[in-house]
Ligand binder design. Structure first.
Ligand code: N01
Length: 529
């Protein structure tokens, strides 16, 4: 099969890329490993999965009527509702017919001006452009723990949770991993389990997420304010309409500071990590917010030793992805829940009937791995596209990802990678981010058609300059103080430690994309047919 555009993935970015391609009159085929659409929200269907960006912002803005017709029921949407939304979008815009589901990409190479993509079904598809909407948190990290194969109980991964929810009532459950996924699933499993052991290698900061159903008045107000809300988000630092407190922490009196922190704490969620404008760049300012959050943990958790174990000691607050929860800390006050600090007693092995650490054996019927992802680069390096001169992505990125604008890679013409390294990605509202990146790619593809261009590829110097800029932007923040973060690839053995997302702000990033397009795509080699 031969088309203009091949889109890998049917999540937010992939669906929109297919839709935009069709709108531009291009022939398109989508390839998706899952049996249906949804991407992240198809796979991560573990109990408690919920988005930490407000539903009315974490939704497409490209179609006014879609926005008007769809009604979000809660402030923070749960996974089933987001999946239902993406199903609705796929049906509404008739996108499914372009997809091959249950199909994995086995490899991709650029031959004679076209991307040739091999698939797990044995078919090959060729396209002028390859649009990789492969997700930034999709390549699952499955730790290789000795003995795991011999475990006789059930094993689940939060990132590949079964479609039929397993019955875990009355089971002895062990959860490994305490990032956003582990922190969301733990309170729910604790209610079902006979006993729950939480195996924690690194604690994370988590902020309660006060969720509530939108009332009719809320929805009416949101509808009226939508244009304004979207406008505010369009060039905002994180792609949402929310900002920081109007004064820096270090220029605010203690009492006023506490009031601002309480207000953010009660409002809940990720925004706490940006309460003050200087919080992510000045350690002293960060300390103020960090100490406030740590005091809350000590207030909630009754056993002071457990509280202490739950408080991170290795990074300023918000420099690893801050988590959001519904009753996580309270869970450790339950009689059936136990926290095991793997820094003190590392896992020695998984046995037939549980987990054995250096200190004790913990019998389990069920093990739940919430152990994260080979983030940002993993989905792409597992495909490992090969360019016309034999350049392989895994080699180009061996010392850290090199990109032009977090969208293109030197040596790989006509390839776009969405939501990946070198773009704000995980630091921004992913839906708006996907729209902006896909629009940019499609506009370039259309320009290529009009100008009779066969290939568009970033210059090496332009990609090096952008990659250096990504590093400089990170260096101006406190992010690099969190050396154990997946933002730096630290969770994956052997992965080069480089801060991967662009920390210069979504608005600045978008302005840069606009500028490059307006300047006739400076930084790209444009090869005529
Ligand atoms: O993954 P993680 P996640 N033995 O990498 C531990 C988004 N998200 O799926 O930190 C023992 O954060 C690991 O320990 P350590 C969000 O962007 C959003 O939870 O490496 N433990 C860590 O505790 C988020 O940041 C939402 O020491 C092992 C955990 O597993 C991102 O996805 C919800 C281990 C992995 O945490 C990823 O979150 C969910 C081992 N061998 C996810 N290997 C919302 O919107 C790893 N760990 C709310």
């Amino acid at each position: 099969m031969s088309v203009d555009a091949i889109v890998i993935g049917a999540g937010f970015a992939g669906l929109y890329a297919v839709h935009r391609s069709v709108q531009e009159g291009l022939t398109v085929v989508g390839i998706e490993a899952a049996p249906s659409v949804g991407g992240t929200w198809y796979w991560n269907r573990y109990p408690g999965a919920r988005c930490d960006v407000e539903s009315v912002d974490y939704s497409y803005s490209f179609d006014e009527q879609l926005q008007t017709d769809w009604t979000w029921t809660e402030r923070f949407a749960a996974q089933p509702e987001i999946l239902a939304y993406l199903d609705h979008v796929a049906d509404r815009f008739d996108l499914r017919r372009h997809y091959r589901f249950d199909t994995e990409v086995a490899g991709a190479r650029f031959v004679d001006g076209r991307w040739v993509v091999d698939t797990s079904t044995g078919d090959t598809v060729s396209g002028r452009f390859l649009l990789c909407a492969t997700g930034c948190l999709s390549a699952i990290n499955r730790p290789d723990i000795p003995g795991l194969d011999g475990f006789t109980g059930q094993v689940y991964y939060t990132a590949a949770w079964p479609r039929e929810d397993p019955d875990l009532q009355g089971k002895r459950i062990g959860v490994i991993g305490t990032g956003s996924s582990g922190i969301q699933v733990v309170p729910i499993l604790a209610e079902q389990a006979d006993s729950l052991v939480v195996f924690q290698r690194s604690p994370n900061y988590t902020i309660p997420m006060p969720n509530y159903p939108w009332s009719d008045e809320d929805l009416q107000r949101i509808r009226e304010e939508y244009p304004q809300r979207r406008k505010k988000s369009a060039y905002a630092p994180a792609g949402t309409p929310h900002g920081t407190y109007h004064k820096k922490a270090l220029e605010t009196e203690a009492q006023e500071r506490a009031q601002a922190l309480w207000a953010r704490w009660r409002d809940g969620g990720v925004l706490f990590s940006k309460t003050f404008p200087d919080q992510t760049s000045v350690l002293e300012a960060n300390d103020i917010a960090r100490e406030f959050a740590e005091d809350r943990v000590r207030e909630i958790v009754k056993d002071p030793a457990v509280a202490q174990d739950l408080i991170p000691t290795d990074h300023p607050i918000g420099t690893k992805r801050i988590c959001t929860d519904a009753g996580y800390y309270e869970t450790f006050n339950r009689d059936n829940v136990r926290l095991v600090n793997l820094r003190r007693e590392p896992i020695a092995e998984v046995t037939a009937d549980g987990v054995r650490t250096s200190e004790a054996a913990y019998p389990c019927d069920v093990l739940v791995f919430a152990t994260g992802f080979d983030a940002l680069t993993g989905a792409m390096t597992r495909i490992d596209p090969v360019g016309p001169r034999g350049d392989r992505l895994s080699e180009i990125w061996a010392d850290g990802p090199v990109t032009f604008l977090g969208l293109m890679v030197p040596g790989l013409p006509n390839l776009f990678s969405f939501s990946g390294p070198g773009s704000p990605s995980v630091l921004a509202n992913m839906v708006l981010h996907a729209e902006v990146q896909v629009d940019w790619a499609l506009e370039l593809m259309v320009a290529a058609r009009h100008r009779g261009l066969a290939e568009v590829e970033p210059r090496h110097d332009a990609a090096s300059a952008w990659t250096a800029h990504v590093g400089e932007a990170a260096a101006r923040t406190l992010f690099l103080k969190a050396q154990s973060s997946w933002y730096l690839g630290a969770n994956i053995d052997g992965k080069k430690r480089v801060f991967m997302p662009y920390a210069g702000g979504f608005g600045n990033y978008r302005t840069k994309l606009d500028d490059v397009a307006e300047q006739g795509y400076s930084g790209l080699i444009l090869t005529a047919r």
